[in-house]
Design a protein around this ligand. Structure first.
Ligand code: NDP
Length: 343
């Protein structure tokens, strides 16, 4: 591990960070398959410059193992409800392993039928959603994923949390170029970033949330006690509602407000559902779809100051391979303290 000039941050090679996370999860009750799947997700987020879903989440994963909320040895069960609809029962385990196990089936099903959907239930999801979409897109598919959470965000017009921060990711494959993937919370700011601002004693912009008194505030601590607000007012609120309906209404798993009734508040990921959709563009009748879309992306990029979503992550990924990932010293100390299963 190299010491960076900034003493509050240490640059760690990606493999070392992954090994640290695997060891920590295994020491706290995960088998190697679950530990590796969860560690991979966190390290990929770190490498892509998304620290709010990186190692920062490790203490939450450990808390969920220690409290017994999550089964670190869960073996997901995968079945087909219809030829093109997969049911993935995470069996009370972490979502990354269930998604990893079912991925090839989802890809093969989409390539056979043109479309495939996965209804993922009884999963504990805490990660960045692009991680779930990117492998599908790398297989040549268009893909979308969404998940609900715990009540954290008020529907537009209200000041009481009911929706989760409800992220949605969408990816588009390209030949000869990195895929285009956007991944966004329906909240004005990801909750992980509000938590990081609270940890660092920083303020957040107006419009991110309201305090327990229902009034807008820039104090992240107050927002975490009150409610976050959707991005774009009523438009973000409608997307958050759609995510609740797809991830819970369709899968039969818990809406965010229902998840709160069962969650033991250990700080780890609650149990809930995910919805994934994969589409094979080769099956929609336009053999020139890739070239056609490249022309569209070129038009976008020809406009000054426009970039494609995902570009920042890919640049960060290249830098991380060379420099390693920047982890706050405070977090390294916290993780070290979690390596001992008895601590
Ligand atoms: P951001 O607002 O940072 O980014 C949203 C999207 O917009 C990204 O795809 C980003 O691409 C793109 N983007 C940003 N700036 C530009 C630009 N100038 N031009 C074009 N595209 C741009 O994300 P959020 O804060 O909303 O979400 C952060 C993460 O939190 C997500 O990964 C989400 O999945 C996760 N999350 C997970 C939850 C869970 O329960 N599991 C709950 C809520 C959020 P780029 O990355 O390249 O900048």
């Amino acid at each position: 591990m190299d010491q960076n000039q900034d003493s509050s941050v240490r640059f760690i090679p990606i493999d070392d960070a992954r090994n640290l996370a695997v060891r920590c999860l295994q020491n706290n009750g995960c088998n190697i398959e679950n530990a590796t799947a969860v560690a991979n997700i966190m390290v990929r987020a770190e490498a892509d410059g998304c620290p709010s879903h990186g190692l920062f989440r490790l203490p939450g994963y450990v808390a969920a193992l220690r409290s017994g909320k999550v089964n670190g040895e869960a073996i997901p069960e995968i079945s087909h409800l219809m030829p093109s609809i997969l049911k993935v029962d995470a069996c009370n385990g972490f979502a990354p392993f269930a998604l990893e196990r079912s991925r090839q089936d989802l890809i093969d099903t989409a390539k056979t039928h043109g479309l495939a959907a996965a209804s993922v239930v009884r999963a504990h999801h805490f990660s960045a959603l692009w991680c779930d979409v990117e492998p599908l897109v790398d297989s040549g598919l268009c893909a979308m994923a969404c998940t609900a959470y715990l009540p954290a965000m008020a529907p537009y017009g209200g000041a009481k949390a009911l929706f989760g921060t409800n992220p949605m990711a969408f990816g588009w494959p390209r030949t000869g170029h990195a895929p285009v993937i956007f991944d966004q919370a329906s909240a004005a700011m990801a909750r992980g970033d509000v938590m990081i601002a609270a940890r660092n004693g920083e303020t957040v912009p107006t419009g991110v949330g309201v305090g327990p008194d229902g009034l807008q505030t820039t104090d992240p601590e107050e927002i975490l006690k009150g409610a976050m607000l959707p991005f774009g007012g009523h438009k973000g609120s409608a997307i958050a509602m759609m995510v609740e309906l797809l991830a819970a209404g369709l899968t039969g798993d818990r809406f965010s407000f229902e998840a709160a009734k069962y969650d033991n508040k250990d700080g780890g990921p609650p149990q809930g559902g995910l919805f994934l959709l994969a589409i094979d563009p080769e099956k929609f009748g336009d053999k020139d779809w890739a070239k056609h879309c490249d022309g569209f992306f070129e038009q976008m990029l020809a406009i000054k100051n426009v970039r494609l979503p995902g570009q920042r992550r890919y640049e960060s990924r290249m830098q991380s391979v060379q420099k390693g990932i920047a982890v706050p010293e405070k977090l390294i100390v916290e993780i070290s303290g979690l390596l001992d299963p008895l601590s």
